[in-house]
Design a binder for this molecule. Structure first.
Ligand SMILES: *Cc1c(COP(=O)(O)O)cnc(C)c1O
Length: 470
Protein backbone atom coordinates (compact mmCIF):
# COMPACT_ATOMS: atom_id res chain seq x y z
CA UNK A 1 0.00 0.00 0.00
CA UNK A 2 2.61 2.44 1.14
CA UNK A 3 4.99 1.54 -1.62
CA UNK A 4 2.27 1.66 -4.20
CA UNK A 5 1.36 5.28 -3.47
CA UNK A 6 5.01 6.14 -3.59
CA UNK A 7 5.38 4.75 -7.06
CA UNK A 8 2.31 6.69 -8.09
CA UNK A 9 3.88 9.88 -6.88
CA UNK A 10 7.05 9.06 -8.68
CA UNK A 11 5.27 8.51 -11.95
CA UNK A 12 3.36 11.76 -11.56
CA UNK A 13 6.54 13.61 -10.85
CA UNK A 14 8.55 12.21 -13.71
CA UNK A 15 6.62 14.17 -16.29
CA UNK A 16 8.66 15.76 -19.00
CA UNK A 17 8.85 19.31 -17.76
CA UNK A 18 10.50 18.15 -14.57
CA UNK A 19 12.81 15.71 -16.26
CA UNK A 20 14.19 18.50 -18.34
CA UNK A 21 15.30 20.55 -15.37
CA UNK A 22 16.24 17.80 -13.00
CA UNK A 23 19.33 15.88 -13.64
CA UNK A 24 19.64 12.89 -11.36
CA UNK A 25 15.96 12.84 -10.54
CA UNK A 26 15.68 9.19 -11.48
CA UNK A 27 18.67 8.41 -9.31
CA UNK A 28 16.62 8.74 -6.15
CA UNK A 29 16.53 5.15 -4.94
CA UNK A 30 13.26 3.43 -4.19
CA UNK A 31 12.13 3.58 -0.61
CA UNK A 32 12.28 -0.23 -0.37
CA UNK A 33 15.91 -0.17 -1.43
CA UNK A 34 16.83 2.53 1.03
CA UNK A 35 15.13 0.61 3.84
CA UNK A 36 17.53 -2.27 3.25
CA UNK A 37 20.61 -0.14 3.78
CA UNK A 38 22.21 -1.23 7.00
CA UNK A 39 22.34 2.07 8.88
CA UNK A 40 18.76 2.88 7.90
CA UNK A 41 17.46 -0.66 8.51
CA UNK A 42 18.73 -0.55 12.09
CA UNK A 43 16.01 2.01 12.83
CA UNK A 44 13.19 -0.40 11.94
CA UNK A 45 13.27 -2.10 15.34
CA UNK A 46 13.49 1.28 17.05
CA UNK A 47 10.78 3.12 15.12
CA UNK A 48 8.76 0.49 13.24
CA UNK A 49 8.80 -0.17 9.52
CA UNK A 50 5.95 2.21 8.51
CA UNK A 51 7.46 5.13 10.41
CA UNK A 52 10.87 4.59 8.81
CA UNK A 53 9.18 4.42 5.39
CA UNK A 54 7.25 7.63 6.07
CA UNK A 55 10.36 9.51 7.16
CA UNK A 56 12.31 8.35 4.11
CA UNK A 57 9.42 9.42 1.91
CA UNK A 58 9.21 12.85 3.53
CA UNK A 59 12.90 13.49 3.00
CA UNK A 60 12.79 12.18 -0.56
CA UNK A 61 9.85 14.45 -1.33
CA UNK A 62 11.79 17.39 -0.03
CA UNK A 63 14.69 16.57 -2.31
CA UNK A 64 12.33 16.21 -5.22
CA UNK A 65 11.04 19.70 -4.67
CA UNK A 66 14.62 20.97 -4.45
CA UNK A 67 15.19 19.35 -7.81
CA UNK A 68 12.13 20.99 -9.24
CA UNK A 69 13.61 24.32 -8.19
CA UNK A 70 16.74 23.41 -10.07
CA UNK A 71 18.90 22.81 -7.02
CA UNK A 72 21.44 20.02 -7.28
CA UNK A 73 22.21 17.49 -4.59
CA UNK A 74 24.20 14.37 -3.99
CA UNK A 75 22.80 11.05 -2.94
CA UNK A 76 24.99 11.23 0.15
CA UNK A 77 23.22 14.42 1.18
CA UNK A 78 19.87 12.70 0.86
CA UNK A 79 21.06 9.77 2.94
CA UNK A 80 22.43 12.04 5.64
CA UNK A 81 19.20 13.94 5.72
CA UNK A 82 17.24 10.71 6.11
CA UNK A 83 19.51 9.44 8.88
CA UNK A 84 19.21 12.72 10.70
CA UNK A 85 15.43 12.61 10.63
CA UNK A 86 15.51 8.97 11.81
CA UNK A 87 17.81 9.86 14.69
CA UNK A 88 15.60 12.79 15.56
CA UNK A 89 12.53 10.53 15.68
CA UNK A 90 14.40 7.92 17.74
CA UNK A 91 15.14 10.58 20.35
CA UNK A 92 11.42 10.94 20.89
CA UNK A 93 11.18 7.35 22.08
CA UNK A 94 10.86 6.81 25.78
CA UNK A 95 14.29 5.66 26.96
CA UNK A 96 16.36 5.54 30.12
CA UNK A 97 18.40 8.62 30.96
CA UNK A 98 20.93 9.11 33.72
CA UNK A 99 19.85 11.70 36.25
CA UNK A 100 22.93 13.72 37.20
CA UNK A 101 20.94 16.84 38.09
CA UNK A 102 21.10 16.49 41.87
CA UNK A 103 17.29 16.58 42.00
CA UNK A 104 16.23 13.20 43.31
CA UNK A 105 12.59 13.26 42.17
CA UNK A 106 12.67 15.07 38.85
CA UNK A 107 9.35 15.56 37.09
CA UNK A 108 11.00 15.85 33.65
CA UNK A 109 12.84 12.56 34.23
CA UNK A 110 9.88 10.40 35.20
CA UNK A 111 9.88 11.29 38.91
CA UNK A 112 10.62 8.27 41.13
CA UNK A 113 12.57 5.34 39.63
CA UNK A 114 10.81 2.12 40.61
CA UNK A 115 13.10 -0.42 42.30
CA UNK A 116 13.76 -3.35 39.96
CA UNK A 117 12.67 -5.96 42.53
CA UNK A 118 9.30 -4.22 42.88
CA UNK A 119 8.93 -4.27 39.11
CA UNK A 120 9.74 -8.00 39.03
CA UNK A 121 7.14 -8.72 41.70
CA UNK A 122 4.50 -6.83 39.73
CA UNK A 123 5.43 -8.48 36.45
CA UNK A 124 3.33 -11.63 36.82
CA UNK A 125 0.23 -9.62 37.71
CA UNK A 126 0.60 -7.62 34.54
CA UNK A 127 1.82 -10.21 32.05
CA UNK A 128 -0.66 -12.89 33.08
CA UNK A 129 -4.38 -12.84 33.87
CA UNK A 130 -5.10 -11.63 37.39
CA UNK A 131 -7.93 -11.32 39.92
CA UNK A 132 -8.11 -7.57 39.27
CA UNK A 133 -11.91 -7.58 39.50
CA UNK A 134 -12.60 -11.06 40.79
CA UNK A 135 -13.36 -11.98 44.39
CA UNK A 136 -11.51 -15.28 44.72
CA UNK A 137 -13.18 -16.26 48.00
CA UNK A 138 -16.71 -15.97 46.61
CA UNK A 139 -16.16 -16.32 42.89
CA UNK A 140 -18.06 -13.10 42.31
CA UNK A 141 -17.17 -9.80 40.76
CA UNK A 142 -14.60 -8.10 42.96
CA UNK A 143 -13.38 -4.66 43.74
CA UNK A 144 -10.40 -3.30 41.86
CA UNK A 145 -8.94 -1.82 45.02
CA UNK A 146 -8.23 -5.28 46.54
CA UNK A 147 -5.74 -5.06 49.39
CA UNK A 148 -4.68 -1.51 48.55
CA UNK A 149 -6.99 0.36 50.96
CA UNK A 150 -5.68 -1.73 53.87
CA UNK A 151 -2.09 -1.01 52.86
CA UNK A 152 -2.68 2.70 52.37
CA UNK A 153 -4.67 2.98 55.61
CA UNK A 154 -1.84 1.27 57.46
CA UNK A 155 0.77 3.55 55.94
CA UNK A 156 -1.10 6.80 56.51
CA UNK A 157 -2.99 5.98 59.67
CA UNK A 158 -6.22 6.57 57.81
CA UNK A 159 -9.73 5.08 58.18
CA UNK A 160 -10.29 4.89 54.41
CA UNK A 161 -8.49 5.46 51.11
CA UNK A 162 -8.99 5.58 47.35
CA UNK A 163 -6.62 5.35 44.38
CA UNK A 164 -7.01 7.31 41.12
CA UNK A 165 -4.78 8.13 38.14
CA UNK A 166 -2.80 11.00 39.66
CA UNK A 167 -3.08 13.70 42.27
CA UNK A 168 -4.68 16.14 39.85
CA UNK A 169 -7.47 13.58 39.32
CA UNK A 170 -7.71 13.04 43.09
CA UNK A 171 -8.31 16.73 43.70
CA UNK A 172 -10.74 17.01 40.79
CA UNK A 173 -12.75 14.02 42.00
CA UNK A 174 -12.82 15.42 45.53
CA UNK A 175 -14.18 18.75 44.31
CA UNK A 176 -16.68 17.28 41.84
CA UNK A 177 -18.06 14.65 44.16
CA UNK A 178 -18.21 16.76 47.31
CA UNK A 179 -18.28 20.44 46.39
CA UNK A 180 -20.07 20.91 43.08
CA UNK A 181 -22.05 24.17 43.20
CA UNK A 182 -20.65 24.88 46.66
CA UNK A 183 -17.95 27.18 47.94
CA UNK A 184 -14.41 26.08 48.64
CA UNK A 185 -12.18 28.44 50.64
CA UNK A 186 -8.56 28.74 49.46
CA UNK A 187 -5.94 31.08 50.88
CA UNK A 188 -4.59 33.64 48.39
CA UNK A 189 -1.12 32.35 49.23
CA UNK A 190 -2.01 28.84 48.08
CA UNK A 191 -3.64 29.51 44.71
CA UNK A 192 -0.63 28.13 42.93
CA UNK A 193 0.39 26.59 39.65
CA UNK A 194 2.24 23.30 40.03
CA UNK A 195 4.25 22.02 37.07
CA UNK A 196 2.75 22.26 33.60
CA UNK A 197 -0.83 23.43 33.59
CA UNK A 198 -1.98 22.37 37.05
CA UNK A 199 -3.54 25.54 38.46
CA UNK A 200 -5.63 25.43 41.60
CA UNK A 201 -8.16 28.10 40.47
CA UNK A 202 -8.58 26.37 37.08
CA UNK A 203 -9.14 22.94 38.65
CA UNK A 204 -11.77 24.46 40.93
CA UNK A 205 -13.49 26.15 38.00
CA UNK A 206 -13.51 22.91 35.96
CA UNK A 207 -14.95 20.91 38.81
CA UNK A 208 -17.91 23.24 39.29
CA UNK A 209 -16.89 24.31 42.80
CA UNK A 210 -16.82 28.02 43.62
CA UNK A 211 -13.44 29.34 44.70
CA UNK A 212 -13.55 31.83 47.58
CA UNK A 213 -10.35 33.80 48.14
CA UNK A 214 -9.27 33.98 51.74
CA UNK A 215 -6.62 36.11 53.47
CA UNK A 216 -3.62 37.52 51.65
CA UNK A 217 -0.59 36.17 49.83
CA UNK A 218 1.62 36.14 52.91
CA UNK A 219 -0.79 36.08 55.87
CA UNK A 220 -3.92 33.98 56.26
CA UNK A 221 -5.43 33.40 59.69
CA UNK A 222 -8.05 31.10 61.18
CA UNK A 223 -10.31 34.15 61.56
CA UNK A 224 -9.95 34.89 57.84
CA UNK A 225 -11.30 31.42 57.07
CA UNK A 226 -14.10 31.70 59.63
CA UNK A 227 -15.17 35.09 58.24
CA UNK A 228 -15.47 33.62 54.72
CA UNK A 229 -17.72 30.70 55.70
CA UNK A 230 -21.33 30.74 54.47
CA UNK A 231 -24.10 28.14 54.60
CA UNK A 232 -23.01 27.04 51.17
CA UNK A 233 -19.37 26.42 52.08
CA UNK A 234 -18.30 22.82 51.51
CA UNK A 235 -14.70 22.94 52.64
CA UNK A 236 -11.46 24.71 53.30
CA UNK A 237 -8.80 23.51 50.87
CA UNK A 238 -5.19 23.73 52.00
CA UNK A 239 -2.63 23.39 49.21
CA UNK A 240 1.04 22.56 49.60
CA UNK A 241 2.89 25.29 47.70
CA UNK A 242 5.17 22.63 46.28
CA UNK A 243 7.51 24.62 44.11
CA UNK A 244 7.89 27.98 45.77
CA UNK A 245 7.95 29.60 49.16
CA UNK A 246 7.24 32.98 50.66
CA UNK A 247 9.77 34.32 53.07
CA UNK A 248 9.62 37.09 55.65
CA UNK A 249 6.42 38.35 57.26
CA UNK A 250 4.26 35.27 56.79
CA UNK A 251 1.73 33.31 58.80
CA UNK A 252 -0.42 30.27 58.25
CA UNK A 253 -3.25 29.08 60.47
CA UNK A 254 -2.79 26.45 63.13
CA UNK A 255 -4.53 23.52 61.52
CA UNK A 256 -5.89 21.88 64.66
CA UNK A 257 -7.36 25.21 65.71
CA UNK A 258 -8.85 25.73 62.25
CA UNK A 259 -10.47 22.28 62.30
CA UNK A 260 -11.92 22.79 65.76
CA UNK A 261 -13.32 26.27 65.12
CA UNK A 262 -14.94 25.69 61.72
CA UNK A 263 -18.67 24.94 61.79
CA UNK A 264 -19.76 21.30 61.49
CA UNK A 265 -20.73 21.52 57.81
CA UNK A 266 -17.31 22.75 56.63
CA UNK A 267 -14.68 20.09 56.04
CA UNK A 268 -10.93 20.57 55.75
CA UNK A 269 -9.13 19.05 52.76
CA UNK A 270 -5.42 19.07 52.07
CA UNK A 271 -3.62 18.74 48.75
CA UNK A 272 -0.42 17.49 50.34
CA UNK A 273 1.25 16.80 46.98
CA UNK A 274 4.40 14.79 47.67
CA UNK A 275 2.96 11.91 49.73
CA UNK A 276 5.66 12.42 52.33
CA UNK A 277 4.96 9.99 55.16
CA UNK A 278 7.63 10.73 57.70
CA UNK A 279 9.01 13.65 59.55
CA UNK A 280 12.61 13.20 58.31
CA UNK A 281 12.23 16.05 55.84
CA UNK A 282 12.65 19.22 57.87
CA UNK A 283 9.67 21.56 57.63
CA UNK A 284 7.59 19.04 55.65
CA UNK A 285 4.31 17.82 57.07
CA UNK A 286 3.43 14.19 56.57
CA UNK A 287 0.10 12.82 55.40
CA UNK A 288 -0.44 11.19 58.81
CA UNK A 289 0.32 14.48 60.56
CA UNK A 290 -2.54 16.19 58.75
CA UNK A 291 -4.95 13.36 59.57
CA UNK A 292 -3.83 13.57 63.16
CA UNK A 293 -4.69 17.28 63.21
CA UNK A 294 -8.25 16.25 62.37
CA UNK A 295 -8.50 17.16 58.67
CA UNK A 296 -11.13 15.24 56.73
CA UNK A 297 -9.26 14.33 53.53
CA UNK A 298 -5.68 14.42 52.22
CA UNK A 299 -4.65 13.78 48.62
CA UNK A 300 -1.17 13.15 47.21
CA UNK A 301 0.83 11.66 44.32
CA UNK A 302 2.24 8.12 44.45
CA UNK A 303 5.23 8.84 42.18
CA UNK A 304 6.91 11.41 44.38
CA UNK A 305 7.97 10.55 47.95
CA UNK A 306 6.18 7.21 47.80
CA UNK A 307 8.59 6.18 45.05
CA UNK A 308 6.03 4.35 43.02
CA UNK A 309 4.37 4.70 39.65
CA UNK A 310 1.98 7.51 38.67
CA UNK A 311 -1.14 7.56 40.81
CA UNK A 312 -3.16 9.74 43.15
CA UNK A 313 -4.35 8.76 46.61
CA UNK A 314 -7.12 10.23 48.74
CA UNK A 315 -7.09 9.23 52.40
CA UNK A 316 -9.38 10.26 55.24
CA UNK A 317 -12.93 9.84 56.52
CA UNK A 318 -14.93 6.84 55.37
CA UNK A 319 -18.07 8.65 54.25
CA UNK A 320 -16.67 11.16 51.76
CA UNK A 321 -14.33 8.48 50.41
CA UNK A 322 -17.29 6.20 49.78
CA UNK A 323 -19.09 9.03 47.99
CA UNK A 324 -16.08 9.54 45.73
CA UNK A 325 -15.69 5.80 45.09
CA UNK A 326 -19.33 5.69 43.90
CA UNK A 327 -19.13 8.86 41.79
CA UNK A 328 -19.66 8.20 38.06
CA UNK A 329 -16.34 9.91 37.28
CA UNK A 330 -14.49 7.30 39.32
CA UNK A 331 -14.87 5.06 36.29
CA UNK A 332 -12.87 7.59 34.28
CA UNK A 333 -10.28 8.13 36.97
CA UNK A 334 -9.52 4.52 37.92
CA UNK A 335 -5.95 3.39 37.19
CA UNK A 336 -4.99 0.32 35.18
CA UNK A 337 -3.74 -2.98 36.55
CA UNK A 338 -0.07 -2.02 36.18
CA UNK A 339 -0.54 0.73 38.74
CA UNK A 340 -2.31 -1.56 41.23
CA UNK A 341 0.33 -4.25 40.80
CA UNK A 342 3.27 -1.88 41.29
CA UNK A 343 1.82 0.13 44.13
CA UNK A 344 0.72 -2.96 46.04
CA UNK A 345 4.18 -4.55 45.80
CA UNK A 346 5.91 -1.32 46.79
CA UNK A 347 3.66 -0.61 49.76
CA UNK A 348 4.27 -4.08 51.17
CA UNK A 349 8.04 -3.57 50.92
CA UNK A 350 7.61 -0.18 52.45
CA UNK A 351 5.59 -1.48 55.39
CA UNK A 352 8.22 -4.19 55.89
CA UNK A 353 10.88 -1.46 55.73
CA UNK A 354 12.58 -3.06 52.75
CA UNK A 355 12.05 -0.26 50.25
CA UNK A 356 15.44 0.67 48.83
CA UNK A 357 14.01 3.63 46.91
CA UNK A 358 12.78 4.99 50.20
CA UNK A 359 16.17 4.45 51.81
CA UNK A 360 17.81 6.37 49.01
CA UNK A 361 15.79 9.45 49.91
CA UNK A 362 15.66 9.05 53.66
CA UNK A 363 19.38 8.59 54.08
CA UNK A 364 20.06 11.89 52.33
CA UNK A 365 20.23 14.12 55.42
CA UNK A 366 22.21 11.53 57.40
CA UNK A 367 25.10 10.77 55.08
CA UNK A 368 28.37 12.41 56.12
CA UNK A 369 29.98 14.67 53.52
CA UNK A 370 32.77 12.11 53.08
CA UNK A 371 30.22 9.66 51.76
CA UNK A 372 29.16 12.23 49.14
CA UNK A 373 32.79 12.97 48.30
CA UNK A 374 33.53 9.26 47.82
CA UNK A 375 30.71 9.04 45.27
CA UNK A 376 32.16 12.00 43.38
CA UNK A 377 35.60 10.38 43.43
CA UNK A 378 34.12 7.13 42.18
CA UNK A 379 32.68 9.03 39.24
CA UNK A 380 36.12 10.58 38.54
CA UNK A 381 38.12 7.33 38.76
CA UNK A 382 40.88 7.33 36.14
CA UNK A 383 40.07 10.85 34.93
CA UNK A 384 42.55 13.70 35.10
CA UNK A 385 42.41 16.36 37.80
CA UNK A 386 40.47 18.75 35.62
CA UNK A 387 37.41 16.77 36.65
CA UNK A 388 36.98 18.27 40.10
CA UNK A 389 34.72 17.25 42.98
CA UNK A 390 33.26 20.43 44.45
CA UNK A 391 30.88 21.13 47.32
CA UNK A 392 27.34 21.65 46.05
CA UNK A 393 23.71 21.37 47.12
CA UNK A 394 21.07 18.90 46.05
CA UNK A 395 17.28 18.82 46.28
CA UNK A 396 14.71 16.13 47.02
CA UNK A 397 12.39 17.64 44.38
CA UNK A 398 8.94 16.34 43.48
CA UNK A 399 7.25 19.31 45.07
CA UNK A 400 8.84 18.89 48.48
CA UNK A 401 10.86 21.32 50.56
CA UNK A 402 11.54 23.97 47.91
CA UNK A 403 13.67 25.79 50.47
CA UNK A 404 15.64 22.88 51.89
CA UNK A 405 18.83 21.92 50.06
CA UNK A 406 21.19 19.21 51.24
CA UNK A 407 24.97 19.51 51.10
CA UNK A 408 26.62 17.08 48.68
CA UNK A 409 29.51 16.90 46.19
CA UNK A 410 29.19 17.46 42.46
CA UNK A 411 31.80 16.90 39.74
CA UNK A 412 32.75 20.05 37.85
CA UNK A 413 33.62 19.26 34.24
CA UNK A 414 36.72 20.78 32.60
CA UNK A 415 36.35 23.97 30.60
CA UNK A 416 37.29 22.21 27.35
CA UNK A 417 33.73 22.87 26.30
CA UNK A 418 31.27 25.53 27.37
CA UNK A 419 28.68 24.39 29.92
CA UNK A 420 26.01 24.36 27.21
CA UNK A 421 28.22 22.20 24.95
CA UNK A 422 28.92 19.74 27.77
CA UNK A 423 25.21 19.47 28.52
CA UNK A 424 24.49 18.73 24.88
CA UNK A 425 27.35 16.23 24.42
CA UNK A 426 26.23 14.31 27.51
CA UNK A 427 22.59 14.45 26.44
CA UNK A 428 23.55 12.85 23.13
CA UNK A 429 25.43 9.95 24.77
CA UNK A 430 24.17 6.41 24.13
CA UNK A 431 22.33 6.58 27.43
CA UNK A 432 21.66 10.32 27.72
CA UNK A 433 23.25 11.87 30.81
CA UNK A 434 21.38 14.88 32.15
CA UNK A 435 23.82 17.34 33.74
CA UNK A 436 23.23 20.90 34.96
CA UNK A 437 24.91 24.22 34.40
CA UNK A 438 25.76 26.37 37.42
CA UNK A 439 27.84 29.57 37.33
CA UNK A 440 28.94 28.83 33.74
CA UNK A 441 30.25 25.36 34.66
CA UNK A 442 28.74 22.01 33.78
CA UNK A 443 28.15 19.89 36.90
CA UNK A 444 27.35 16.21 37.39
CA UNK A 445 25.66 15.24 40.67
CA UNK A 446 26.55 11.67 41.68
CA UNK A 447 23.87 11.80 44.40
CA UNK A 448 21.02 11.27 41.94
CA UNK A 449 22.78 8.50 39.96
CA UNK A 450 21.52 4.95 40.48
CA UNK A 451 24.11 2.46 41.71
CA UNK A 452 24.57 0.72 38.36
CA UNK A 453 25.21 3.95 36.45
CA UNK A 454 28.61 5.07 37.73
CA UNK A 455 30.75 3.03 35.35
CA UNK A 456 28.70 4.10 32.35
CA UNK A 457 29.08 7.81 33.13
CA UNK A 458 32.75 7.29 33.97
CA UNK A 459 33.29 5.64 30.56
CA UNK A 460 31.60 8.54 28.76
CA UNK A 461 33.82 11.04 30.57
CA UNK A 462 36.94 8.99 29.77
CA UNK A 463 36.01 9.01 26.13
CA UNK A 464 35.62 12.80 26.20
CA UNK A 465 39.01 13.08 27.93
CA UNK A 466 40.68 10.95 25.25
CA UNK A 467 39.07 12.98 22.49
CA UNK A 468 40.33 16.22 23.98
CA UNK A 469 43.88 15.04 24.61
CA UNK A 470 44.36 13.90 21.04
C1 LIG B 1 2.68 17.28 42.31
C2 LIG B 1 1.52 17.97 42.87
C3 LIG B 1 0.27 17.91 42.24
C4 LIG B 1 0.07 17.18 40.95
O1 LIG B 1 0.15 15.81 41.15
P1 LIG B 1 0.10 14.78 39.91
O2 LIG B 1 0.19 13.45 40.56
O3 LIG B 1 1.26 15.11 39.05
O4 LIG B 1 -1.20 14.99 39.22
C5 LIG B 1 -0.80 18.56 42.82
N1 LIG B 1 -0.66 19.25 43.97
C6 LIG B 1 0.53 19.33 44.61
C7 LIG B 1 0.62 20.12 45.89
C8 LIG B 1 1.66 18.70 44.09
O5 LIG B 1 2.84 18.78 44.72
Amino acid sequence: MVQHTDRQKQSINTDESIENVTFGFRDIPQIEKMMQQEDIASFITILSQPIVATLIREQTEQFRSHLKNGEGFTLKQLENQILQSLRHAAQQRLQPVINATGIMIHTNLGRAPIPVDVWRQAEDNVCRYSNLELNLAQGTRGNRMGLLPSLLNELCGSPASLLVNNNAAALTLMLMALAQGKEVLVSRGEQVQIGGGFRIPTILACSGAKLCDVGTTNITTVDDYLAAVTENTAAVLLVHTSNYFIQGFTSQPDIRELVSRLPEHVEVWVDQGSGNQESWLPGERSVAWYLDQGVDLVCFSTDKMLNSTQGGVIVGRQKPIELMAKHPLMRAFRPGKTVYALLEAQLIQRLNQQDEGQDRLQQLPHRPLDWHLARAQRLCAGLNSEFTPIKARCLVGGGTTPRKQFPTYAVRLPNWHSAADWLERLRLAKTPVIAVSQKKSALLFPISLLEGEFSEVNAILKQEMDLCSQ
